[in-house]
Design a protein around this ligand. Structure first.
Ligand SMILES: NC(=O)C1=CN([C@@H]2O[C@H](COP(=O)(O)OP(=O)(O)OC[C@H]3O[C@@H](n4cnc5c(N)ncnc54)[C@H](O)[C@@H]3O)[C@@H](O)[C@H]2O)C=CC1
Ligand SMILES: O=C(O)CCC(=O)C(=O)O
Length: 527
């Protein structure tokens, strides 16, 4: 059974998908303390979170079986992605399901702020009629500055256009032409600060965006500006905002997110012109259904078919591409594993050559599979599609790739050259028919080997009786040979023999084979 832990409130539609999927066992256990999470996570293959659960290095260490963390939502600042990558855990989010909802919340916050709706509600409920005190402003013709023109920021800008606001955008990673094509003005951050009557923040929380709206920024803004933060707490510095509001520079602020959540006692709450919601940006029925369904489907597809969707630390491989390149990933993985076992000393370099009709195929997942196969026998911890490139880099293995359409004997051929201080081994493989994986070349030897199971790789002199002697020795020790492949050295008098045995061959039998006449070397392989 695949075990899934849902540790934050997830929409029912997502839970139902897990419950209805055969082979999946889902537990919903929300509100766990960090210690409790560390105590339970060891049983689970997948963890589903929103913004409350913190997936720290300790949690990942305790998650010995953990393969995937799925965020029902966008922001992943509560997940240690680098630590997950190192441990081979896929981290995925659902990047589109809640963007309309969150943009609508930002607009709602702007309108509520500008028309004093929360303050009006409170004063009426307290028995007052503060009509004069709570006079507001129109947003019509005012300038909205949007920081971050991604999925949410661009919807906010679009909705503001409908309110007949002028919108200026700052996003250094989006081409100004793209912003202008969408009907908005692209400006520098300083210009945005200088011109905007309202500023709405829609950037991820990163080192570079933490404290983006600080004292220096407030000092550059128009007097009476209003600020909305429906992105992440800490992008707007809370102490500096407090000061800017006290001084009157900032006339009002609407916060959905806080430096600490829940914020507990927060100085900002003393101010009348602060309005806030408890991280409700994504909280609509529609958005929660969207993200719950998306995360459940993504996790199931990864755990049952290996198809990766919306991962932030590994390239996505869609199901139809996987069908096409899956067999190549498999042969690549096995050839990598074979190369690791042939290598005489630490691997320094790997060259991957794709030869033939690979046009239109994204071979990046195949290269990752090759690395995974190569590294698995070399390191003690689990190497997978997520951490393989990182592990190779850390081990100082230089990886190069080339693709050429000039096919020789096979329409598709993958050749791996692995260099060590002792020299280079060359292994080539292909797919025969739809999915039969074959290794067709090892160094100078041509063969057709199915690379699987317990294998003895034997180099011997090409003389009558050599192969018979090997068979007799194994038979004497009651070891059954499942398959045998013999490859002949091109222009030489050596053979390479692959014996696939039903059981691993004990070391004393290997020694006996090594001492036989005409046998040059015997290497046991596990593929
Ligand atoms: N309050 C809530 O419930 C929700 C909050 N969010 C937050 O909103 C954030 C934005 O979400 P999306 O628009 O979907 O993300 P996105 O990735 O589509 O867009 C982010 C944009 O910010 C820009 N950006 C990055 N660094 C920047 C910088 N230093 N200055 C200006 N622009 C910069 C990027 O170029 C990108 O265009 C998320 O990272 C998340 O933290 C998302 C959903 C719900
Ligand atoms: O899950 C939530 O309610 C918050 C959503 C959010 O902040 C996000 O998707 O980044």
């Amino acid at each position: 059974m695949i075990k899934v832990l849902v540790s934050d409130a997830l929409g029912d539609a997502g839970i139902q998908i897990f419950e209805e999927t055969e082979g999946i066992d889902v537990d919903v256990n929300t509100g766990l303390s960090p210690r409790e999470l560390i105590g339970t996570i060891g049983d689970y293959d997948a963890l589903v979170i929103r913004s409350a659960t913190r997936v720290t290095e300790e949690v990942l260490d305790a998650g010995k079986k953990l393969k995937v963390v799925g965020r029902a939502g966008i922001g992943l600042d509560n997940v240690d992605i680098a630590a997950a990558t190192k441990r081979g855990v896929v981290v995925m989010n659902t990047p589109t399901g809640n963007v309309v909802t969150t943009a609508e919340h930002a607009i709602a916050m702007m309108m509520a702020l500008t028309r004093n709706i929360p303050q009006g509600t409170l004063s009426l409920k307290a028995g007052r009629w503060d009509k004069k005190k709570l006079q507001g402003r129109e947003v019509y013709n005012k300038i909205l500055g949007v920081i971050g023109f991604g999925k949410i920021g661009s919807i906010v800008a679009d909705r503001a256009k409908g309110l007949r606001m002028q919108v200026v955008i700052y996003d250094p990673f989006v081409a100004p032409e793209q912003i202008e094509k969408a009907g908005f003005e692209s400006v520098t951050l300083d210009e945005l600060y200088r011109r905007a009557d309202y500023i709405s923040v829609h950037v991820p929380k990163l080192k570079e965006t933490t404290g983006l709206l600080n004292k220096a920024a407030f000092d550059k803004m128009k007097d009476g500006v209003m600020i909305m933060n429906c992105a992440r707490g800490g992008i707007v510095d809370e102490d500096d905002l407090h000061e800017a509001m006290k001084s009157g520079r900032v006339a009002g602020a609407a916060l959905d997110v806080f430096e600490a959540e829940p914020p507990g006692e927060c100085r900002l709450f003393e101010l009348d012109r602060i309005i806030c919601t408890p991280h409700l940006g994504a909280s609509t029925r529609e958005a929660q259904t969207n993200v719950a369904v998306a995360v459940a489907r993504q996790i199931i597809s990864y755990l049952t078919s290996g198809t990766v969707i919306n991962a932030v630390n590994v390239p996505s491989v869609a199901g139809d591409l996987l069908k096409k390149i899956g067999p190549y990933m498999e042969v690549g993985d096995r050839m990598g594993c074979l190369q690791a076992q042939l290598a005489d000393g630490p691997v320094k370099a790997l060259t991957i050559e794709y030869t033939g009709d690979f046009k239109g195929m994204d071979m990046a997942p195949v290269s990752t599979a090759i690395l995974k196969g190569l590294l698995t026998p070399m390191v003690k911890y689990a190497v997978n599609f997520v951490n393989a490139p990182l592990v190779a880099k850390e081990m100082g293995i230089k990886v190069t790739e080339s693709t050429t359409s000039e096919a020789e004997d096979y329409t598709h051929l993958i050749t791996l050259k692995v260099g060590t201080d002792a020299g280079e081994n060359v292994v080539a493989g292909t797919i025969i028919g739809r999915s039969d994986i074959k290794v067709v070349k090892i160094n100078n030897f041509r063969l057709e080997l199915v690379p699987e199971g317990h294998i003895l790789l034997i180099f011997n002199h090409d003389r009558p009786g050599a192969i018979g002697g090997i068979g007799t020795t194994l038979g004497r020790h009651n070891i059954n040979i499942g398959r045998m492949h013999v490859g002949q050295e091109k222009d030489g008098d050596h053979n390479i023999i692959f014996l696939q045995t039903d059981t691993p061959v004990p070391s004393d039998v290997i020694e006996e084979l090594r001492s036989a006449q005409m046998v040059n070397s015997v290497t046991p392989l596990e593929l």
